[in-house]
Design a protein around this ligand. Structure first.
Ligand SMILES: C[S@@+](CC[C@H](N)C(=O)[O-])C[C@H]1O[C@@H](n2cnc3c(N)ncnc32)[C@H](O)[C@@H]1O
Length: 200
């Protein structure tokens, strides 16, 4: 499903990236780990003054992302649930639409362990297909066909075994508090995604 996200960028995707980048810019940091960087559309928008490690298990995605990235970005091909090499304390860890594990406990434990005293930022599509397909742009809901197709394909791929579970704000808050002291969930990308900030 990843290729759909990367290939058909729409206004919602761009807003999602700018919402994540705004949080990054508001935080004091030197280094960023981006888990599941895909073809690098978010990576290329992150501050060029930050030291960035972009992790993905897809060689093809990394090849694409390298073409867009600056010299401040190091790419690492790995499954971040299994191994994040040379663990050092990055100030910010971002997982933008990349927490594919069906159990949110596993994802947030992994993030807590990796993030240490830093800030973790998760952006994840909301469970409601209609919130996802009808973004609230300029005060009114507008049907977004690309979002609808992405949302439908995500749900179909779940049925055939590629799980990409969606979690509501309450789940992020409840499960997040088991691994982090501070959890803040807000809407982002015109109400289509949850933006979750987690910190010790
Ligand atoms: C939907 S794409 C999102 C890409 C980018 N973050 C964005 O929002 O544009 C998800 C990416 O996460 C990667 N990914 C998912 N699970 C992963 C894992 N366990 N380890 C490494 N990469 C993973 C996929 O290969 C894919 O490139």
């Amino acid at each position: 499903m990843g290729f759909l996200y990367d290939r058909f960028l729409c206004e919602v995707d761009k807003k999602l990236y700018s919402d994540v980048v705004r949080v990054v810019q508001d935080s004091k940091h030197d280094s960023i780990d981006e888990l599941g960087s895909g073809s690098g559309q978010l990576t290329r928008r992150l501050p060029t003054t930050s030291k960035i490690r972009a992790l993905d298990f897809s060689e093809k995605a990394i090849e694409k992302a390298k073409k867009l990235a600056g010299e401040n970005v190091e790419f690492i091909q790995t499954d971040f649930y299994k191994e994040i090499p040379n663990t050092y304390d990055s100030d910010i860890t971002i997982a933008c639409r990349s927490l594919y594990h069906p159990d949110l406990n596993v994802s947030l434990d992994m993030l807590a362990e990796h993030t240490g005293q830093g800030l973790a930022i998760v952006a994840h599509p909301k469970p409601s297909l209609w919130d996802y397909a009808l973004p609230q742009i300029n005060g009114s809901r507008q049907l977004n066909l690309i979002q609808l197709i992405k949302g439908m394909s995500g749900r179909i791929s779940n049925r055939i075994g590629h799980s990409y579970n969606l979690f509501d704000a309450e789940e992020f808050e409840k499960i997040g508090k088991q691994s982090f002291n501070q959890v803040h969930v807000e809407n982002c990308a015109y109400g289509t995604h949850n933006l979750v900030l987690l910190q010790q």
